[in-house]
Write a protein that binds this ligand. Structure first.
Ligand SMILES: [Zn+2]
Length: 491
């Protein structure tokens, strides 16, 4: 049983008041709120760092499942009550620690926000401590994990937030509605109404009964403010091992490339039953044009000023293009999977690709293309999982070099002006043994299935022996060598 997550954004309408947006003061309230929450979180991060032993404290409990006494760490809720009892003045605990008196430093702080920052702080400090322990155990000198930061996007729990879609005005287009938020105005905490623009897309997702609603987060950017609603869904997906036992298992293989963003092949009973090419529709060229311009501008303006990002508009455009393409391709891949219930989605494990050679703009473009591959991979996996399809990453070695029909090593070529040119970048593939010729990306996509089923070139590798065995063998060999020496030396 696994869990799929998805996030839907809802933008707060902070435009001009005449156009129905909130005034600029309301925007300032949001910033004040985030700032104060950061300060409160920083307070608790220092508090927990000073009490690190409590985070690592183990308690004994009786496990019903295993029918024995076991040890566990304190739960976040237990730590939360403990931290509150030391830092917050209540009737039960009237005197908090003088050095960590939260009530004195943050008067009237809403308890729901306090709990959210304490939980954030526990997560941050725990993760820091475990990284630190791993780093110490590794014995490395460099790369000591930095102390945890305190900024987070504020989480809006029920007592600090409400949104009722049924209150929305029906007759305006787009439908508008108000989100109620408890915000800090600089003087105190107040409830305020923030207009939001609804869309049919958002409403459909919000009302979808298959997904469980989580508390939203407030995400502030220089020009926008949005609520990020995350939802979770429990997914019952078969284990790949079980699926593999089905003799008629359908596998959907994807080969991700630069010009053909995805070549999707569907295989069942050893035969390819469907093929789909998803082209990039000139995205690579388009992006290259922009990057060339960026590279030229960077060259003209010389060394960049530290902390300043140049060509922001162009970069934003390039980023958006990539983002869009990744979403579109992922949707098409998942649409294919949806036609074969119970199928397994196959991707090549992404290689680390170093971009070298060529002009600066080419290198930048290749880096962007690599990022796009990663995005397609990630988005498809998430989307497919939400509908119960599991993704497997297969060994990518040689998928574009071996013949998908007979398994021999082949060559790449292209046809230019009626002539066959053999080259590594060739669009076509040819097998010297069985004389099979095909689109190189298609050939690679078929090989993805071969790699999954461990056919031909993709035999399971023998596991290397554990390190302890290797060392024992080496010391034995050394001893044996030593004996030989002693045997040979006298005379
Ligand atoms: Zn062949």
């Amino acid at each position: 049983m696994g869990q799929a997550t998805r996030t839907t954004k809802l933008f707060l309408d902070l435009g001009n008041r005449e156009e129905g947006g909130a005034n600029s003061g309301k925007r300032a309230y949001l910033e004040e709120t985030a700032r104060l929450l950061n300060a409160a979180r920083a307070f608790y991060v220092t508090f927990f760092l000073a009490h690190a032993d409590k985070l690592e404290e183990k308690v004994r409990y009786f496990s019903e499942q295993h029918q024995e006494e076991r040890e566990r760490l304190l739960f976040p809720n237990e730590l939360l009550s403990w931290a509150e009892s030391l830092t917050v003045a209540t009737r039960a605990h009237p005197h908090p620690l003088p050095s960590y008196n939260f009530s004195a430093r943050f008067p009237d702080f809403p308890f729901i926000y306090r709990r959210s920052v304490i939980k954030d702080a526990i997560g941050k400090v725990r993760s820091f401590l475990s990284h630190l322990a791993a780093w110490r155990a590794s014995g490395k000198k460099q790369g000591r994990p930095g102390s945890p930061g305190a900024s987070n996007h504020p989480t809006l729990y029920d007592e600090a937030f409400s949104l009722d879609l049924d209150e929305a005005e029906l007759h305006t287009s787009p439908r508008t509605c108000f989100a109620r938020l408890k915000v800090y105005t600089g003087a105190g905490w107040e409830w305020h109404h923030y207009p939001v623009k609804l869309s049919r897309y958002f409403e459909a997702r919000w009302r979808d009964p298959a997904w469980e609603q989580q508390s939203p987060k407030l995400v502030l950017h220089p020009k926008t403010a949005a609520l990020h609603f995350s939802q979770i869904k429990h997914v019952a997906a078969k284990k790949v091992k079980e699926s593999k036992e089905d003799p008629h298992l359908v596998t959907v293989g994807v080969d991700v490339n630069v010009k053909n963003l995805a070549v999707i092949t569907v295989r069942q009973d050893g035969k390819i039953i469907e093929t789909l090419f998803v082209s990039d529709r000139g995205l690579d060229r388009h992006r290259y044009g922009h990057l060339k311009r960026i590279a030229r501008k960077q060259w003209q303006s010389g060394t960049p000023v530290a902390g300043e990002h140049s060509n922001q508009q162009l970069w934003r455009h390039v980023r958006r293009m990539n983002e869009d393409a990744a979403q579109v391709v992922a949707r098409r891949i998942v649409a294919v999977c949806a036609r074969y219930p119970g199928c397994v989605l196959l991707f090549e494990r992404l290689r680390k690709i170093k971009t070298k050679g060529g002009s600066k703009s080419r290198r930048m473009n290749r880096r962007q293309a690599n990022q796009l591959r990663g995005k397609i991979n990630r988005y498809s996996r998430d989307k497919a999982y939400a509908s119960g399809t599991v993704t497997v990453e297969v060994n990518p070695h040689g998928t574009s070099q071996y013949c998908s029909r007979c398994g021999a090593k082949g060559e790449r070529f292209s046809i230019l002006g009626g002539k066959r040119i053999q080259a590594k970048w060739g669009k076509l593939f040819r097998c010297p043994v069985c004389h099979y010729e095909a689109n190189a990306d298609f050939n690679a996509s078929v090989n993805v299935h071969r790699s999954f089923y461990r056919e031909w070139h993709w035999q399971p590798r023998k596991k290397p022996p554990p390190r302890a065995v290797v060392e024992a063998a080496r010391s034995l060999r050394l001893q044996a060598g030593g004996k030989k020496l002693t045997r040979g030396t006298p005379r």
